[in-house]
Design a protein around this ligand. Structure first.
Ligand code: SGN
Ligand code: CA
Length: 543
């Protein structure tokens, strides 16, 4: 071989090697389209996230998302209850349009959801955890979902082909294991991914992991200022709702006082409480698990037994509130730890830069405000939901937005971020201008809300309304015909209904016009309200 031949050979060899290299490089190179991890918990109040306030607890890992991205302080839902919120998120439509107005009827799977559009556009898609639709989602390549509300302890899961499988352990950990394992083993590195990572926690009835249970039962938490709200200036709905900590929170099912402990004090055990407790998570545990919980349960029962009979109603409320917070916040602490695991995984696997991470809840929750637990009302604690988003190099770290954004906007935001066409009939707005600092392109003043599930658990009457940063107007239109108005700047705790105060008469007129226009814009109407009441009554008759 002469020198010329040798150099030609060398050149072609180099070419072959570099071609192979570039082919490999192409394969390994993450797609430029961003990955999305949508993390949603169930009933996680913003009051229990230290990025919002560390009065109650600290959530260092969830806070990392806010520190590295944007925190929304006025994020709200369109209908504050589980499955309707999820349907709004997936379809980008209000619940009166997507049909999932309450938790009762199954989701209409002919609806177009954003994961379907991601899948069509070449994304790899997966969903793990709670969906609560009564059917499996479309548009996800891999899934494992909890049946209905699911369980904390040794939960069952529904697989893609509809089989039920059981997993031993704690749901929050298991859902995280599934999500990380999917990213680690199942991911097609030639495609961007959309991962829906959906916690059951901190949904009622609250069962923490034993170590957290032990830790949190030692703690005492500050009470909300409105714990003893008497609903004086409000209408009928707040007065008749059944979610008061003193009156409606169940001693055994919710707070882990055994029915036999109650009986030992000579108190008759509430029938529903006893029944629910019999089916509770406690009875899903194996002996080894029970043994870890028992010493903590014993000390709760002892404490109850030594105090309950001598306590005033006020003291009972306070005792129940502490027990409630101990378990609720302990469940959140596990969520926080697990989110830390996911964020660490992204970092360790060079996925951080090109992955959008969202943290939210399906709605807010009352942590004793107005004496309540649960949600459903358009009052702040349940209307608002936590929302933070990080997207390195696109969203400036540590920024805050008080714009009126909603879960209605998520689908369009994700579609735009991924460069996928947004269907014309979606009803939200992409949040991209707010994420990337083009705030001038955002011009929404108010948002619309509509809650339906009545008659139903917790007895919250149907209502719709609108909110701006300054005011909230609510119409309870079923069973009663009552309006409420809150001046959010003067009265952020919403303790005084000023609807009938003459000083606000002009504002009432103006807001009523705006609400009417909003109902028109979102295609809601008195006819639809009546149709849904009728549908509900007919359904009830057939049962
Ligand atoms: C269950 C709870 C309610 C809760 C609904 C809806 N009761 O029925 O307290 O409001 O879920 O929650 S329980 O006795 O079963 O615990 S949602 O998050 O799914 O909408
Ligand atoms: Ca929920």
């Amino acid at each position: 071989m002469n020198l010329n031949q040798f150099s030609t050979l060398l050149l072609s060899l180099t070419l072959v090697v570099s071609c192979a290299k570039s082919a490999k490089k192409k394969e390994d190179k993450p797609s430029q389209r961003p990955n999305i991890i949508f993390i949603m918990s169930d009933d996680h109040a913003y009051q229990a996230i230290s990025a919002y306030s560390d009065k109650l607890t600290t959530t260092p890992h969830i806070d990392r998302i806010a520190k590295e991205g944007i925190l929304f302080t006025n994020a709200t839902v369109t209908n504050s209850i589980c499955a309707p919120s999820r349907a709004t998120i997936l379809t980008g439509k209000h619940t009166h349009i997507n049909g999932k107005i309450d938790n009762l009827s199954p989701f209409d799977t002919t609806q177009v959801t954003f994961p379907q559009l991601f899948q069509k556009a070449g994304y790899q898609t997966a969903m793990f955890g709670k969906l609560h639709f009564g059917n499996n989602p479309k548009g996800v390549d891999d899934l494992m979902i909890l049946p209905g509300q699911g369980s904390y302890i040794n939960p069952d899961f529904i697989t893609k082909n509809g089989e039920k499988i059981n997993k031993q352990g704690y749901a929050t950990d298991i859902i995280t294991d599934m999500s990380i394992e999917w990213m680690d083993k199942k991911r097609d590195t030639t495609k961007p991914f959309l991962l829906m990572y959906l916690h059951k926690a901190p949904h009622r009835a609250w069962w923490p992991k034993p170590d957290k249970f032990k830790e949190y039962t030692q703690k005492t938490f500050p009470e909300p200022e409105t714990l003893f709200d008497d609903y004086a200036s409000r209408g009928t709905a707040a007065k008749t709702a059944e979610m008061n900590i003193l009156k409606h929170m169940l001693l055994s099912y919710d707070l882990k006082v055994f029915p036999k402990t109650i009986e030992e004090l000579g108190i008759e055990v509430d029938e529903r409480n006893a029944k629910l407790f019999n089916y509770s998570e406690f009875h899903r545990m194996n002996d080894e698990q029970k043994a870890m919980y028992m010493p903590i349960l014993d000390s709760i029962n002892l404490d109850f037994k030594s105090k309950w009979l001598t306590m005033s109603e006020k003291e009972k409320t306070k005792w129940k509130y502490q027990r409630y917070m101990q378990d609720y916040l302990a469940c959140i602490s596990s969520v926080d730890d697990n989110i830390g695991r996911v964020l660490n995984y992204l970092k360790a696997n060079n996925l951080e830069d090109n992955t959008i991470v969202v943290y939210t809840s399906d709605q807010g929750f009352y942590l004793g405000e107005h004496g309540w637990f649960d949600k459903r009302f358009m009052y702040s604690e349940s209307f608002k939901t936590p929302l933070m988003i990080k997207w390195p190099n696109k969203i400036k770290p540590g920024i805050t937005s008080d714009e009126m954004v909603q879960n209605l906007d998520f689908a369009q935001t994700f579609l735009e971020a991924a460069g996928i066409a947004i269907p014309d009939d979606m009803q939200g707005e992409s949040l991209l201008p707010l994420l990337t600092g083009n705030t001038k392109e955002w011009n929404r003043d108010g948002v619309y809300y509509h809650y339906y599930e009545y008659p139903g658990e917790h007895a919250v009457k149907r209502h719709y309304g609108m909110a701006t940063k300054d005011f909230k107007l609510i119409h309870f239109y079923h069973d009663v015909d009552e309006w409420e108005l809150y001046d959010l700047k003067k009265d952020p705790q919403e303790m005084t209904n000023v609807y009938n105060n003459p000083e606000y008469s002009e504002i009432v007129t103006k807001l009523k016009q705006e609400l009417k226009a909003m109902r028109l814009k979102y295609k809601d109407s008195p006819e639809l309200d009546q149709k849904f009441i009728k549908r509900y009554n007919e359904k009830k008759d057939t049962h």
